[in-house]
Design a protein around this ligand. Structure first.
Ligand SMILES: Cc1cc2nc3c(=O)[nH]c(=O)nc-3n(C[C@H](O)[C@H](O)[C@H](O)COP(=O)(O)OP(=O)(O)OC[C@H]3O[C@@H](n4cnc5c(N)ncnc54)[C@H](O)[C@@H]3O)c2cc1C
Ligand code: SF4
Ligand code: SF4
Ligand code: SF4
Length: 376
C-alpha cells in the first residue's frame, strides 16, 4: 500500500506528481483553504514506490549553512524598481538567458499562478516579481531533467519546498543547474486567490495579475491592457480581503506553519530574500532606488555565480548573523496565531474569506481591548 506523507505536512511541491510513471497522481484542492494535495488513482498505480521515495517530507534532502551573506541590489534601476526586492532573481534570469541557458520561474497567466520555462531574453519580465500564491509546478521537474540531459544550462527559482522536490526528483547534482530559493513565510492556495480575483473581475476576462507597480506593492488586476482593480498593500492596508488575510498570515498552506525549510540551513545553491534587519548606516552612501535583497550563497557553485554577476549587481558583504537575526523565516516558520485559528475555524464552517475575516476580527478586537484593560 502506497502511503504519501501526512496531509498536514505535505507542502504541495508536486514531486510525487512529476515522478509518477503512470500519471496516477492528481493534485486536488482540499477544502476549506483550497490547497492542492496528491490523490492516487489506485487503478492506475503499479506500486513502484517512486512517489514515496521522491517526497522531501518522507526523505528530507540535505541542507547546508551559508558561509557568506550580502546586501545586494541590481545596478540597472529599471530592473530594481520592477522586481520584488533588489532584483537579484531578475538579474540571475537575464544572466542565464544571455548565455543561452533556460530559466524556470513563476508567472501569472490570467489568474493562474504557475511555473513556466523561458528561453528568450525578453521573457524574463514574465517571471519578475513575487506572486503571493502557491505556484503550480505541473510537469516542470520533468522538463528540467530533459533540458539537463540535453546539456542546457538551467536556472530554477522557487520556494524552498519546490527546490527540495527538484533536488529529490533529479537524484544527482548537475553542474549546469543552479537552484535558487526564496526566503518564504508561506503561500495561500490558487483556489483562494482565483476565487478572489474572479469575484472582483466579474465577467471581465483577466489577462494577468501583478503584485507590484512602480509606486509600490499592490494587487493589480489587468483585463486586456487596462487595470480594472488596484489596491496598494501599504497605502490601502486592510481594504483588500485577500491581502489582509495574507498579511495576517491567516491563509497559508497548513504545512507552512511547520515549514521544515524555515531555518538558516538551506536546500539550494543560493537563497535570496529581503534584507530585513540590515544596518542602514552601511548603505547610506549608496544611491539605492528600491528594496535591498539579502543573498546567501550556499554552495561553491552559488558563490561562483555571484562572482559572475559582479558588474550587474552591487554587493555589500554583511555578517550571516545579521541576515538571520533580521529575518524570522531564517529561524522559524510562520506562527499560527489565535486569530488565525479562529479565522480557519470559520473557513472550515463554509464561510467566505470576507466573512471569516470579519468574524475573527469582531471577536479578537474586543478580546484584545479587554486583555489590555485587565493588564493595566
Ligand atoms: C510567497 C512568497 C513569500 C515570501 N516571503 C518572504 C519572507 O518572508 N522573507 C523574505 O525575506 N522574502 C520573502 N519572499 C521573497 C521576496 O518577496 C522576493 O521574492 C525575493 O527577495 C526576491 O526578490 P528579487 O527582487 O530578487 O526577485 P525578482 O527579480 O522580482 O524575481 C522574483 C523571483 O521569484 C520567483 N517567484 C515569484 N513568486 C513565486 C511563487 N509564488 N512561488 C515560487 N517562486 C516565485 C519568480 O520566479 C522570480 O524568479 C517571499 C516570496 C514569495 C513569492
Ligand atoms: S507508486 Fe508508482 S505508480 Fe503508484 S502513484 Fe506512486 S509513483 Fe505512481
Ligand atoms: S512529494 Fe510533495 S506533494 Fe507529494 S506528498 Fe510529498 S510533500 Fe506532498
Ligand atoms: S513556507 Fe515552507 S512549505 Fe510553505 S511554501 Fe514556503 S517553503 Fe513551502
Amino acid at each position: 500500500m502506497i502511503k504519501l506523507c501526512q496531509e498536514n505536512l505535505c507542502t504541495g511541491c508536486w514531486g510525487c506528481y512529476d515522478v509518477c510513471p503512470k500519471d496516477a497522481i492528481s493534485m486536488v484542492p482540499r477544502s476549506p483553504m483550497g490547497d492542492r494535495h496528491p490523490v492516487i488513482d489506485r487503478k492506475k498505480c503499479i506500486e513502484c514506490h517512486l512517489c514515496e521515495n521522491v517526497c522531501p517530507i518522507l526523505n528530507p534532502p540535505k541542507c547546508k549553512s551559508p558561509e557568506n551573506s550580502f546586501a545586494s541590489w541590481a545596478n540597472n534601476s529599471q530592473i530594481h524598481i520592477k522586481s520584488a526586492s533588489g532584483g537579484i532573481g531578475s538579474v540571475l534570469a537575464k544572466h542565464f538567458l544571455n548565455q543561452g541557458g533556460v530559466v524556470y520561474g513563476c508567472t501569472s497567466e490570467g489568474a493562474e499562478i504557475r511555473h513556466i520555462r523561458i528561453a528568450d531574453l525578453d521573457e524574463y519580465v514574465r517571471i519578475q516579481g513575487s506572486k503571493y500564491v502557491q505556484s503550480s509546478i505541473g510537469k516542470i521537474y520533468c522538463q528540467i531533467k530533459q533540458d539537463l540531459i540535453a546539456g542546457r544550462r538551467v536556472l530554477f527559482i522557487g520556494t524552498p519546498c519546490q527546490v527540495a522536490a527538484l533536488r529529490k526528483y533529479l537524484k544527482k547534482d548537475y553542474e549546469q543547474l543552479l537552484m535558487v530559493d526564496l526566503i518564504c513565510h508561506g503561500v495561500p492556495s490558487q483556489y483562494l486567490f482565483e476565487s478572489h480575483i474572479r469575484h472582483i473581475a466579474g465577467n471581465k476576462p483577466v489577462t494577468t495579475v501583478k503584485f507590484r507597480s512602480e509606486d509600490g506593492f499592490c494587487l493589480n488586476i489587468i483585463s486586456g491592457s487596462q487595470s480594472i482593480y488596484k489596491n496598494y498593500v501599504w497605502k490601502d492596508r486592510y481594504t483588500d480581503v485577500y491581502f489582509t488575510a495574507f498579511l495576517k498570515s491567516y491563509t497559508f498552506r497548513e504545512s507552512c506553519y511547520t515549514c521544515p525549510y524555515a531555518k538558516s540551513e538551506r536546500v539550494s545553491d543560493i537563497t535570496i530574500g529581503d534584507f530585513w534587519g540590515l544596518d542602514k548606516d552601511i548603505i547610506k552612501n549608496y544611491d539605492i532606488k528600491d528594496g535591498v535583497s539579502v543573498i546567501l550563497p550556499i554552495t561553491p557553485k552559488g558563490n561562483g555565480i555571484i562572482e559572475e554577476l559582479n558588474s550587474e549587481i552591487s554587493l555589500v558583504a554583511r555578517p550571516v548573523e545579521e541576515a538571520i537575526t533580521g529575518n524570522s523565516q531564517l529561524r522559524h516558520p510562520s506562527r499560527k496565531s489565535f486569530g488565525c485559528k479562529i479565522f480557519r475555524f470559520f473557513m472550515s464552517k463554509g464561510l467566505s474569506l470576507k466573512q471569516s475575516l470579519y468574524l475573527s476580527d469582531s471577536l479578537l478586537i474586543p478580546a484584545y481591548k479587554l486583555y489590555n484593560r485587565i493588564k493595566k
